[in-house]
Design a protein around this ligand. Structure first.
Ligand code: NAG
Ligand code: NAG
Ligand code: NAG
Ligand code: NAG
Ligand code: NAG
Ligand code: ZN
Ligand code: ZN
Length: 594
């Protein structure tokens, strides 16, 4: 499911309003603004240009540089509206108008999303009198060649070499952890509604009915596309997971549904509390360690940066909620950092430390980066310090973070600094755990000193919500001495078949064991130094990766995976620092030769 980029498209829309007459952009813009003030309508002529540009964007004709330029003009125009003291209501109306006219989303969705974002824009634009459109576009279009503003800062990392990794236990002793991610719990899911609705999320109680005979009706559990996790699927997944034995639960974020036009502090709180209640009840007293997802705040993606903010735009409520909900498993210091920025560290047993990072703050759809991009909350400095303390205490660390560090959703400089920290402390880090992509993935980190050496790995918990896949969770098997991963088992069921059988318990099955599937002895990083070139050379194994990535869903099988699809997966696995493809290109050379 695509993340919501409405505002960036809107900026583009505004840009087009302003370039209608070509040459004197500002003058034209002021004219159109004037017109808009008088008529409250966007003229047919403007509308036309907007559509053309939109068409160019969708058909790929809009090249990076042009897109960036258009964005800058649009963003500057938007800022100008504020500086001209245009009322917030008028700006909001204009934005909703453009969004609806262009058919980016339905009127209701446009309104819902824009209403929820406008106060944050208002704060950021007023708090930064020198703000230029360039800065806005360099954040949101980072991956589309827009680098007019360069974000550059570094974190102080304690000097020294990383310690050697601990040896695996001998004889092997281990314990289990349940890894569950991206539930996107949607109690408003309703069987029988229309599968292919106009909104970004379908199967909602207040949407039109589908036709079961024509195959357009949403099934009992969920659907592969544009659907979240129904109450029934949530309960069933938690019930099934609770059958296993494990000592802890890692929940890597995104509790809240994609009903993004109706988020609110109340609605999101209700949803999270309800999901956590279900998990706590089913897992009894087993500690649950949550990482926040980008869907938890309202509006989605927005993690406020700054002190003493109006509660309306501040994320404090969310930190308070998580702190309260999980307080029984969190020491005082963890609660303090959770309240500061949604990150914390806790040692659940001798020798193991869990460090949870709030990577969402560095998501390029977090407008607050426009306000302040420099190590928000001092979180990365804290991470480096916390790893140093763990190193000194001879502990091993598991890092939990919603967005994988190599995912281009993250601000490049943040990703680079995170990567530097991992490089420095790799020997202390057992493994990392992510969510967000909804795919079953793993990611390798290469040493900055030796480009053949894998120094850290991250695995993705995939997702409970389908998103073209079958619903799933993972049982992680962890070595008792090194806290390296020995194996991961993924559990799933066939959604097509389950929906055909209505409310009968689905046929859960073990999709795969990592060790068996990939023929490795464990998931220790040194194992991956040897394994990666083998994977790159083995086309059939990369095809298996494709199937597992989607948990054997009919959609993925039907879609297939050709050579370019397989080769791209190598870059998904071997890019752990945004924008750095050197390692994956090496692997692709092996792929091409094989
Ligand atoms: C790990 O195992 C190796 C080889 O068996 C041994 O030489 C080394 O001392 C062990 N390291 C630790 C920290 O026990
Ligand atoms: C919360 O969700 C309910 C149910 O969909 C909806 O009617 C209500 O408008 C939502 N609240 C807000 C503030 O969006
Ligand atoms: C680099 O790492 C690889 C894989 O771990 C190892 O075989 C090789 O000896 C290392 N090279 C150096 C110079 O340390
Ligand atoms: C899933 O179930 C459907 C319906 O029974 C079946 O057609 C399909 O082949 C199954 N998929 C897999 C991967 O077994
Ligand atoms: C490639 O992977 C498959 C498993 O999918 C395995 O059976 C086969 O032996 C591997 N081939 C090579 C050359 O390693
Ligand atoms: Zn998600
Ligand atoms: Zn997410």
């Amino acid at each position: 499911m695509k993340e919501f980029g409405v505002l960036s498209i809107l900026l583009l829309g505004m840009a087009c309003v302003s370039i209608t007459d070509g040459k004197d952009v500002l003058k034209t813009y002021k004219n159109s603004l004037q017109q808009f003030h008088e008529s409250r309508l966007i003229s047919e002529e403007h509308h036309q240009v907007l559509r053309e540009i939109q068409h160019m964007q969708y058909s790929g004709e809009l090249k990076d540089a042009l897109l960036c330029d258009l964005c800058v003009i649009g963003a500057d125009a938007l800022i100008l509206e504020w500086r001209l003291d245009m009322s917030l209501d008028a700006i909001e109306l204009e934005a909703i108008g453009v969004c609806t006219l262009l058919g980016i989303e339905t009127g209701e969705v446009c309104r819902g999303v824009i209403e929820r974002n406008i106060d944050i824009f208002d704060y950021i634009i007023r708090a930064n009198p020198d703000l230029k459109g360039e800065r806005i576009c360099s954040v949101i279009l980072q991956n589309d060649g827009c680098d007019k503003t360069v974000f550059e800062w570094t974190v102080d990392i304690p000097e020294g070499e990383t310690v050697p990794r601990k040896n695996l236990s001998n004889p092997e002793t281990s314990f289990n952890i349940l890894h569950i991610s991206d539930v996107h719990y949607n109690p408003l899911y309703k069987e029988g509604k229309l599968k292919d609705c106009d909104e970004p999320l379908c199967c909602q109680y207040d949407q039109p009915d589908g036709d079961p005979d024509a195959g357009t009706a949403c099934g009992y559990w969920s659907e592969y596309e544009k659907a979240d996790t129904s109450e029934a699927l949530t309960d069933e997944t938690i019930r099934k997971a609770a059958e296993f034995e494990f000592d802890y639960v890692y929940f890597t974020g995104d509790a809240v549904a994609h009903r993004v036009w109706e988020t609110s502090i109340e609605n999101n709180s209700e949803s999270m509390k309800s999901l956590f209640r279900k998990m706590k009840r089913a897992f009894k007293n087993i500690p649950i360690y949550p990482a926040l997802g980008n869907h938890e705040p309202s509006p989605l993606n927005e993690y406020s940066i700054g002190e003493d903010l109006d509660p309306k735009i501040s994320s404090k409520w969310l930190y308070r909620l998580i702190t309260t909900e999980f307080s029984q498993w969190l020491p005082k210091e963890a609660k303090r950092t959770l309240m500061r920025g949604g990150f914390y560290s806790v040692s659940p047993r001798e020798g193991l430390r869990i460090v949870v990072v709030n990577s969402n703050v560095a998501y390029i759809m977090n407008w607050w980066l426009i306000h302040d991009d420099v190590d928000p909350f001092g979180q990365l400095a804290w991470l480096a310090q916390t790893l140093k303390e763990a190193e000194d205490a001879n502990e091993v660390v598991h890092i939990l973070s919603h967005i994988p560090s190599g995912k281009a959703d993250l601000l490049q400089v943040w990703s680079r600094e995170y990567h530097r920290i991992i490089d420095r402390f790799s020997g202390t880090i057992g493994a990392q755990f992510n969510g967000h992509t909804h795919h079953d993935q793993f990611m390798v980190y290469y040493s900055s000193k030796n480009t053949s050496e894998v120094t850290s790995i991250a695995i993705n918990g995939a997702s409970v919500m389908p998103d073209r896949s079958n619903p799933s969770f993972k049982i992680l098997n962890v070595d008792e001495a090194s806290f390296d991963l020995l194996d991961t088992d993924e559990w799933t069921f066939n959604l097509t078949e389950a929906n055909q059988n209505g409310n009968q318990t689905p046929n859960w099955y073990k999709l795969y064991s990592f060790r068996e599937e990939y023929g490795v002895s464990s998931l220790s990083p040194p194992v991956f130094s040897e394994f990666m070139p083998k994977l790159a050379a083995n086309h059939s194994l990369l095809y298996n990766y494709h199937i597992l990535r989607y948990r054997n869903s009919d959609l993925a099988i039907d879609g297939g995976c050709d050579d370019s699809c397989k080769s791209n997966y190598l870059c998904e696995i071997a890019v752990s620092k945004v924008g750095d493809t050197t390692q994956c290109e090496e692997l692709q050379k092996i792929f091409d030769r094989s």
